[in-house]
Ligand binder design. Structure first.
Ligand code: KG4
Ligand code: ZN
Length: 380
């Protein structure tokens, strides 16, 4: 069967076509129209602007997905759409389009939780990984969520830890703004931090070739600023599995306020970016390992926009190898870490095969019933 999936919960208008069979799923097309440039001017996503763009793009994106997949409208067996959580004006466009098509084409409609989609992005690139071992512990890190989710089986979720304030992605975005690195902040921080690492390696090499006195004064000053200043790792030693990122962001803000002139210094900015990224990774990884141990997880998964972060991917992998050598580690392919519709289709593939033939009939009426919910709970 063919599934058309739609995602418009934030600033990406996305549609995908998935072929879903008993043996597994295969992704035929994944079209994403990003609004990042539009929102960058505002330093963040403006809900009504996002809705306007979704309205402009939604049908062309769906048409493109169908054409690229070589699948006609008549061949679609199921429509899947993100119905929460997210920005209501944005969600309404995707859900409105999905309901209309479900009614016109007379095909069932299923609502998917956005975070469930992010988790199921793990099942897009390796069909074999459908045989994942449970319990699985999933670190969900996006612009709106930071959660540790325990899955005892497919489609079963228990949130065992979450952020008490900002989400990890939100912290990356806010710190990037403080450092003047632009929007979206995650990739900008990661790039600055990678530059810093490179710089340090080069400096070390050239320092070893020169006498001590030849190292530029600027480098010494810049290093000095941070060598004496480690950013906090909030809640890293707390007994629970929750997170807090707003204090970390505020620590960066104070550091920068004290050193305003240094904001003009690329090396200083890169150094703060690297230290912030490391602080965030340290907390995320420590809590994930604790949770995996506590719940005897057989698998650890990464999910959400921040899972594109290469340091997080690498360092979490290394921590698992060291501390939990018998646990498997899954992460979505980089291209499916951000918002997309392929992940919504993947979640729909798993949901649909779990629904009995009789119950499937009800989904034909979902064009009347499906609602959007900005705060939709996982497992609701
Ligand atoms: O999942 P996502 O695309 O949208 C939401 O559901 O929120 O996540 C977006 C978040 C943004 O905060 C963005 O800055 C962050 O993911 N992000 C990253 C990276 N790429 C995107 N954070 C850290 N490192 C990255 N490479
Ligand atoms: Zn997302």
């Amino acid at each position: 069967m063919f599934i058309l999936s739609i995602e418009t919960s934030c600033d990406e208008t996305a549609a995908a076509v998935i072929q879903s069979e008993a043996a597994g799923l295969s992704l035929l097309t994944n079209i994403v129209s990003s609004q990042i440039k539009l929102h960058a001017a505002w330093g963040g996503v403006v809900p009504n602007l996002a809705a306007r763009e979704h309205l402009k793009n939604i049908l062309p994106v769906i048409e493109e997905a169908l054409n690229a997949a070589g699948v006609t409208k008549g061949a679609i067996d199921l429509i899947a759409v993100t119905h929460g959580p997210g920005l209501i004006p944005a969600l309404l466009i995707g859900v409105g389009a999905a309901k209309t098509l479900s009614y016109l084409w007379d095909v069932p409609l299923i609502g998917i939780h956005h975070i469930e989609g992010h988790i199921y992005a793990n099942f897009l690139h390796e069909i074999k990984s459908e045989e994942v071992e449970f319990p699985a512990l999933c670190l969900v890190v996006s612009g709106g969520h930071t959660q540790l989710v325990l899955m005892k089986k497919h489609l079963n979720y228990e949130v065992v830890g979450e952020t008490q304030d900002d989400a990890a992605g939100e912290a990356f975005d806010k710190v990037a703004r403080i450092l003047g690195l632009g929007y979206p902040g995650g990739p900008a921080i990661a790039a600055a931090a990678a530059n810093y690492k490179l710089q340090m390696t080069n400096d070390k090499q050239s320092a070893s070739q020169q006498t001590k006195f030849k190292i530029s004064k600027e480098i010494l000053t810049t290093r000095h600023q941070l060598l004496n200043t480690t950013l906090p790792r909030p809640m890293i030693n707390s007994k629970n599995l929750n997170f807090s990122f707003s204090g970390l962001k505020t620590a960066v803000l104070y550091l920068v306020k004290k050193n305003k002139l240094l904001l003009k210094n690329e090396k200083f900015v890169a150094e703060v970016a690297a230290e912030f990224q490391q602080a965030a990774c340290d907390v995320l990884i420590t809590k994930t390992i604790s949770a995996a141990k506590k719940y005897d997880a057989k698998t650890v998964m990464l999910a959400g926009g921040v899972s594109a972060n290469r340091e997080l991917r690498k360092q979490l992998g290394a921590a698992i190898e060291k501390e939990l050598p018998n646990v498997s580690y899954m992460m979505p392919a980089i291209e499916y870490t951000g918002d997309n519709a392929a992940m919504i289709g993947a979640a729909a593939h798993f949901r649909w095969r779990n629904i009995s033939e009789k119950d499937r009939q009800k989904f034909k009426n979902n064009w009347k019933n499906l609602e959007t919910d900005a705060n939709l709970k996982l497992n609701a």
